[in-house]
Write a protein that binds this ligand. Structure first.
Ligand code: ZN
Length: 392
């Protein structure tokens, strides 16, 4: 990857510790290039070829450019990525105090490799819902500490000599995040949460003003290049901020076309996409239906538009790992920086069929990009039930 793109990607990753921040940054990039933000609750008026976007629940965004020709004739070209990644979600209201330690309990979001979350400085980021100025109103505020606020320490190896043979972490007892250690008995009243006070202080509000929150302990280290050549990048949330970055860049650079162009940034892939703002929600279909109707399509015209559409789900692939060759079928193990990999599975764990693969290969050819293919070993089943394919 060229150095300038790696720098852009790392800046985007560093500024996007949660799905809320990713969506905010994607919205800012679109607005800076003239895209118009629309509200699902308002009436829309669309101009063919102009860029628009809609945000749902703060963590999902769909950008689109209505096609220059009727949707029923040309359909939509879609690409989608997901905004969420595994993390430790804070249980803000509850604090754990004892023997001078203050800890914050957590809940595991998605499927992280838990051992990689221990013994490293963690930051905190997400969205906080505050009591609004008007009666019965709520004010949402994003927060990003962008500095270490806690750590999950392992037990000393002297007390568990077997740890390197495998250890099962218990989320309730082993994963609370250590926030402070005064070495003395806690001065705060029982039940007072150190994290709640920390967040209130960061926002400049009283703890009582915080009525709800979606806050996550996240990696605090910046995205960096690793090694002697620029090919390796290490950073939190590369799955799937790399996809978000690529889809955003592609959408921004694309000139208006006869067909509608749609870039999806959807939430909750890590937990099955079944939420108000996930790929399995009504979000995308609602939006495409509105666009088609506003461009003069009848109900039948909308279904014709769907049948003429093509969607690419952009996510990471499991590249060849030289230390675990037995986990791959060598003929279908993509190489890092060898180009996009199309993922195929006979039992449709991925949506790609032969025709879709052929179409994707033609798109790669057109873009001058090499194309690889990923298939699991025939004696293994891919872990994910499905890719986060935006379902129109
Ligand atoms: Zn992913």
């Amino acid at each position: 990857m060229p150095a300038a793109i790696i720098k852009q990607l790392c800046d985007f990753v560093d500024a996007s510790p949660t799905a809320y921040h990713a969506v905010e940054n994607i919205a800012a990039a679109l607005e800076a290039r003239g895209a118009l933000r629309l509200d699902e609750g308002e009436a829309w008026s669309l101009e063919p070829g102009r860029a628009y976007f809609v945000v749902r629940a703060g963590t999902a965004l769909v950008a689109f450019r209505p096609g220059l020709r009727p949707p029923a004739e040309e359909g939509f070209a879609l690409a989608g990525a997901h905004t969420d990644s595994p993390a430790l979600k804070a249980r803000l209201e509850k604090g754990l105090s004892g023997k001078g330690f203050e800890r914050s309990p957590v809940e595991v979001y998605g499927g992280p490799i838990l051992s990689t979350w221990l013994d490293r400085p963690l930051s905190l980021a997400g969205r906080v819902a505050l009591r609004g100025a008007a009666k019965a109103s709520v004010e949402n505020r994003l927060v990003n500490f962008a500095r270490p606020v806690g750590i999950v320490p392992n037990l000393a190896i002297h007390l568990n000599r077997e740890v390197n043979k495998g250890f099962e972490y218990n989320a309730q007892s082993h994963l609370p995040v250590l926030l402070s250690s005064s070495g003395a008995a806690p001065a705060e009243p029982a039940g007072s949460a150190a994290l709640l006070r920390l967040v209130a202080e960061e926002l400049g509000v009283e703890p009582g003003a915080i009525l709800g929150a979606d806050l996550y302990f996240v990696e605090s280290q910046r995205c960096v290049q690793v090694g002697a050549d620029p090919a390796l990048v290490n950073g939190y949330r590369l799955d799937d901020l790399t996809g978000c970055h690529a889809v955003l860049d592609g959408f921004i650079q694309a000139p208006p076309a006869p067909h509608g162009q749609v870039a999806c940034f959807l939430d909750n892939e890590e937990v099955g996409s079944r939420s108000l703002m996930g790929a399995d929600s009504s979000f995308l279909r609602d939006l495409l239906g509105r666009v088609a109707a506003l461009q003069g399509s009848s109900s039948e015209g909308f279904y014709r538009a769907l049948s003429r559409s093509f969607s690419v789900s952009v996510d990471v692939a499991q590249a060849w790992h030289p230390s675990y060759p037995d986990k791959y079928d060598e003929a279908f193990a993509p190489i890092v920086n060898g180009g996009p990999a199309v993922k195929v599975n006979a039992n449709m764990k991925y949506a790609t069929d032969g025709e879709a693969e052929a179409r994707f290969r033609l798109l790669c050819e057109d873009a001058g990009a090499p194309c690889q293919k990923w298939m699991a070993r025939a004696d293994m089943t891919p872990a994910r039930p499905s890719a986060p394919c935006p379902r129109p």
